[in-house]
Write a new protein. Structure first.
Length: 365
């Protein structure tokens, strides 16, 4: 590519983004939020992670007139601003004013952990001296507005980049927030699948902390990606899964049949529950007892191999016992131990190992 063409390509993308910068007071932001002129999507609200001490120190920094990094918003077609970066700071201020995201009204932050002006500790907004209330209300922040004329795909990429590497967010939490700028079909599909009772039952040994971080939805995304797009699997898996979610959300070629994929998902996890209950994705101790664990490489191999052959498996119910024994033997065998890594070759090899095993039973080889 020539230098001239490169410059043209860059310029063509730049003109698709329309922005403006505003200096707004925190009191204006509070009023905008109250009047629903500034919105925070429910998925994004769930990412509010600052502990109350960190929130308090941010409030202290406003009172001390310390500089505040800018926030970013997207302008909707109705002229409403949707917050896409600055959640922790804005939410801390709202909490101090009695608007605690996801909680009941009038839940005021009580300052704690302030280490510059320690006399602030134990104080709520309504107990501040009037002069300090006014000072904090008039504190300004730069607001960068991505205007509604900007192309939606570029809004999405901006949101994704701004929110990568923030407050210990999981990859799936970031996807849940950002992908809606491209469309809601993909993420709503994952959310619906995550409520399937058979799926929830068989992943019961997944630790609770991971479930809170939407790892169950990431497992579903991983299942569909590896079932349908394993040839394009590459490291790091986070980016691979994000690109696959983008693909099925846009679904430009209609290659992802939501109803058919839902049926395969339900049949697969019903088969797993009926034949392993909660043990499919767990290993054994040396004495033969089932471990209380969730093993990802078992999940990959078992779910993808069963889903890919589910139609034949259900047609040959007389071979169910053999299929289950085959999968259990692969789990406990030495060959699988070579493919436990998350490398591209390791992931593909373990799925192939399970696929060939199940296929051999169906084909009577």
């Amino acid at each position: 590519m020539s230098i001239e063409n490169l410059i043209e390509n860059v310029d063509s993308q730049i003109i698709k983004i329309r922005t403006k910068s505003l200096d707004v007071s925190f009191n204006e932001l509070y009023d905008m939020y109250q009047n629903q002129e500034l919105t925070i999507s429910p998925d994004y609200q769930r990412l509010f992670r600052w502990e109350e001490e960190k929130q308090s120190r941010f409030i202290e920094s406003l009172i001390l007139e310390m500089p505040v990094p800018p926030i970013f918003v997207i302008e909707t077609e109705e002229g409403v601003y949707e917050l896409i970066d600055g959640l922790q700071r804005i939410s801390s201020y709202l909490h101090f004013r009695g608007e605690h995201l996801g909680k009941t009204a009038d839940d005021f932050l009580v300052l704690q952990g302030c280490d510059i002006v320690e006399d602030l500790n134990g104080i709520t907004f309504d107990k501040l001296p009037k002069a300090l209330q006014i000072k904090i209300k008039r504190s300004f922040v730069r607001m960068e507005v991505i205007k509604k004329e900007s192309e939606s795909s570029l809004k999405y990429h901006m949101f994704k980049r701004l929110n990568t590497g923030g407050e210990l967010l999981s990859a799936q939490e970031i996807r849940n927030c950002t992908i809606r700028l491209l469309g809601s079909d993909g993420i709503e599909f994952l959310e619906e699948c995550s409520q399937n009772s058979d799926f929830k039952y068989v992943i019961d040994r997944l630790i609770e902390e991971k479930k809170k971080l939407r790892y169950d939805q990431e497992l579903i995304l991983r299942f569909f990606a590896m079932k349908n797009d394993l040839d394009n699997y590459k490291y790091p898996v986070t980016e691979y899964l994000t690109r696959y979610l983008e693909k099925i959300t846009l679904n430009r070629d209609n290659s992802f049949d939501y109803e058919k994929e839902r049926e395969i998902f339900e049949q697969t996890f019903k088969f797993i529950k009926d034949n392993w209950e909660k043990d499919a994705f767990s290993g054994k101790t040396r004495s033969g007892n089932i471990k209380n664990e969730f093993v990802l490489y078992y999940f990959d191999g078992i779910t993808v191999s069963i889903a890919s052959l589910i139609e034949e498996i259900l047609k040959n119910k007389d071979k169910t016992k053999e299929i289950v024994e085959c999968i259990n033997n692969i789990k406990e065998g030495n060959e699988l131990k070579s493919y436990k890594t998350g490398s591209v070759s390791g992931v593909k090899a373990r799925i192939k190992l399970f696929m060939e095993g199940v296929n051999s039973i169906i084909d009577d080889r």
